[in-house]
Design a protein around this ligand. Sequence first.
Ligand SMILES: *Cc1c(COP(=O)(O)O)cnc(C)c1O
Length: 386
Amino acid sequence: MDSATHASGPSETPGDVTRVTPRAALAKLPAYAAGKPASQIPGLVAYKLASNENPFGAVPAVREAVAGFDAYNRYPDPSATALREALADYLHVPAEDIVAGAGSLGALNQLLAAFAGTGEDGRPDEVVYSWRSFEAYPISVGLAGALSVQVPNLSDGSHDLDAMAAAVTERTRVVLLCTPNNPTGPSLRADAVREFLGRIPSSVVVVVDEAYWEFQRGEGLVDGIELYREHPNVVSLRTFSKAHGLAGLRVGYTVAQQDVTRHLRQSAPAFAVTELGQLAATASLASIEQVEQRVQSLVDERERVLRGLAELGWQHPRTEANFVWLPLGERSAEFTEMCDQHALSVRCFTSEGVRVSFGEPEANSRFLELCAAFPHPSTMPTPRQP
Ligand SMILES: *Cc1c(COP(=O)(O)O)cnc(C)c1O
């Protein structure tokens, strides 16, 4: 380029020069508030119960698998072949039906890029989901250029499937079902979701976000893998971040029929999953019994904490995940602050509630002690309408 074309460098840029402007969609995006580490309090071990992370970390086989890795200069296998084959064995599905992504969030963005954005007529496509649900949804949908249609949760924190079906219009391209729902906890029932699927057009992609699938113990709950076999428009979205304790490596995946997956492969960023991530996830699957034992001990902790909360008279929605939602309404910030002063970080949703992950047994016991000390609401406030 001719040096004369940029004779005035950044330091000389005059104030009236037109600034770069992002797409209008960006101005409307809510910020993603990541969970923070707990405050350090002398004499107390600090615990983070704010991000639904696995406190036990990855299984030892993961450390062994990545220890010998030295191909930092090489691009990863773009189609994550070994990982998809290991997943195919584990899930009893064809490897062609699996697409890996950079976390399930990366996989979701890939899906939205393929199916929802600005329509041919210049108007945004619609994506229907329950609210409150996963905080990343409005950001991902907005970034894709589509419009979020949020359907309020029922008062028990579960999806209102009737209202969601009614919210589907000819502009709806995608429906997101979050089960168990983050942050409120309940899972969807299989019969209810089958009925729901019967009521919406098969041209609408239905994503079943099952980030906490491994933690569920209830009967009759939805299993996205079963549903995708029956419905060409259903996508199961899963992750290694929670049960496998690999949140830091960003490995997730979708399972869907090839009418869907061929479009996902088209919209996938090249080399989305690092080789280290692929190695780690494959090794974790090979040690699935150990992963399951760790999940079970978290489930045991969940049930212990829930019994403790019940004894204290606390009310909350049923949770099938590794966290519990305390619908504290206007007192959410006060509760969060009290936890922080006792070196526990929990996740505050101002004026709505507090989400607390189940962590190390000592952290969970401290959480229960704090609940005992906090004057508890005797009834569950109904969620605020948006
Ligand atoms: C944690 C979470 C995810 C995904 O996380 P990744 O780390 O991107 O796999 C997806 N959906 C929900 C509902 C979650 O809570």
